[in-house]
Design a protein around this ligand. Structure first.
Ligand SMILES: *[C@@H]1O[C@H](CO)[C@@H](O)[C@H](O)[C@H]1NC(C)=O
Ligand SMILES: *[C@@H]1O[C@H](CO)[C@@H](O)[C@H](O)[C@H]1NC(C)=O
Ligand SMILES: *[C@@H]1O[C@H](CO)[C@@H](O)[C@H](O)[C@H]1NC(C)=O
Ligand SMILES: *[C@@H]1O[C@H](CO)[C@@H](O)[C@H](O)[C@H]1NC(C)=O
Ligand SMILES: *[C@@H]1O[C@H](CO)[C@@H](O)[C@H](O)[C@H]1NC(C)=O
Length: 349
């Protein structure tokens, strides 16, 4: 057939144009593809314009029904019936296959005497069960949760989808695999996501013939996360460490200061002592002993030491008298036997 079309493309084009405009309007069959659930009725409408006398319906290669232009119906079985669509208008005939079963998928052919035949396809589908395995789930916040949805005894393979709180779940979050089981299919869909809030999780399965998807749902209860103790502990520890370090530094500074203070106090103490203690104790420290100039032995030991040596004793040697507490106090105990005081500072200018 296809070979014979090639040399005559013009005829093919003509047919396409005619089909698109006039001729197809004369005889139509709808739907051309019918998906029907097992156990329900399959319905096909044939629309014929103009007068027609006789129409036949063939199902699974058998003529199963005939209808006359006047509406008289003859059928081979009760399962098949036909009638005018509405109000006895002969331009439309409805053909019904009742209680279809799984093995009744196949072509449905309608012919009008003296006209072309039209073919439609019937597919009998089957819906099985949908179940999310397990009960309601309780999960920690941010915990990864997994739901498993099992569908069984469907034909053909159902389309499985998920919703949470009624909204569609992104398909990247689940995987669905299916396998044949006899003349039906079972499938398993696995959904994984991070628990955030309380969620109603629903698994839906559907086939074309099903107007509403079949579904199963469970409830996900999300328990708020406990406070993160590790973070808290880390914070406390680091703060504690800082505080300790600060204390240590302060302690060191304090100790250092105190030490310094003590040292200066000691010095002060010493100088105080020096100033207040009896000269005998400190004499050696401040007085230069043992200088006696020649020729002064004749000077009488007295309180005059203050004034007695305020003169130049040489050309450039000047003897500065030393202020002596002893002399003021009048205690002569350091005066040696010669009755002569030897303590003097001599400054050579
Ligand atoms: C159906 O056909 C019978 C005879 O074959 C006829 O008597 C009857 O009137 C027809 N019915 C209709 C509705 O045309
Ligand atoms: C439909 O067909 C099945 C067998 O294919 C039969 O068991 C069932 O009773 C039928 N249902 C009706 C309503 O006729
Ligand atoms: C789905 O399967 C693919 C490949 O096997 C894998 O990389 C991906 O993580 C799976 N996704 C889920 C939600 O299981
Ligand atoms: C989830 O629901 C449970 C009770 O069903 C409730 O106790 C809990 O507070 C809810 N969690 C959130 C995050 O709303
Ligand atoms: C799951 O949770 C819902 C909503 O809280 C509740 O109505 C239902 O009974 C629970 N189901 C089971 C099996 O516990």
């Amino acid at each position: 057939m296809s070979v014979s079309w090639r040399p005559r493309p013009k005829l093919f084009c003509l047919c396409l144009i005619l089909c698109a405009t006039g001729v197809s309007g004369v005889f139509q069959l709808q739907p051309l593809n019918a998906a029907v659930l097992q156990g329900s009725d399959a319905r096909f409408n044939a629309t014929v314009q103009g007068n027609w006398e006789f129409m036949t319906w063939k199902f699974q290669d058998i003529f199963v029904l005939a209808i006359s232009g006047s509406g008289n119906v003859t059928s081979t079985e009760e399962q098949f019936s036909a009638r005018f669509c509405s109000g006895g208008d002969a331009s439309c005939v409805e053909f019904i296959i009742h209680n279809v079963s799984r093995n009744e998928s196949g072509p449905v052919v309608c012919s009008v005497l003296g006209g072309r035949s039209k073919t439609a396809q019937l597919e009998v589908q089957e819906h099985g069960t949908v179940n999310i395995t397990g009960e309601n789930v309780t999960a920690m916040q941010d915990q990864q949760v997994e739901f498993r949805c099992v569908t069984s005894a469907w034909y053909p393979t159902p389309t499985v989808s998920w919703t949470w709180n009624g909204q569609a779940v992104d398909s990247s979050l689940y995987n669905t695999s299916s396998m044949a089981d006899g003349d039906t299919f079972n499938s398993t869909s696995v959904l994984k996501f991070q628990a955030e809030r309380n969620t109603t999780v629903e698994c839906r399965a559907t086939v074309q013939a099903l107007t509403n998807p079949q579904s199963s749902s469970v409830f996900l209860v999300v328990v708020p996360k406990p406070p993160d103790w590790t973070v808290l502990i880390a914070v406390v520890l680091s703060f504690g460490g800082c505080a300790l370090l600060a204390l240590l530094i302060i302690g060191i500074i304090f100790c250092y200061k105190r030490r310094k203070e003590k040292q200066t106090n000691y010095k002060d103490e010493i100088s105080k002592r020096v100033r207040t203690q009896s000269p005998a104790a400190v004499q050696g420290v401040f007085e230069n002993t043992g200088y006696v100039s020649e020729g002064e032995t004749s000077v009488a030991p007295s309180k005059h030491t203050d004034s007695g040596f305020g003169q130049a004793i040489g050309s450039n040697v000047y003897v500065v008298p030393v202020y002596s507490l002893q002399a003021i106090n009048g205690s002569n105990n350091t005066v040696d036997q010669s009755g002569f005081r030897k303590h003097r500072h001599v400054t050579i200018v």
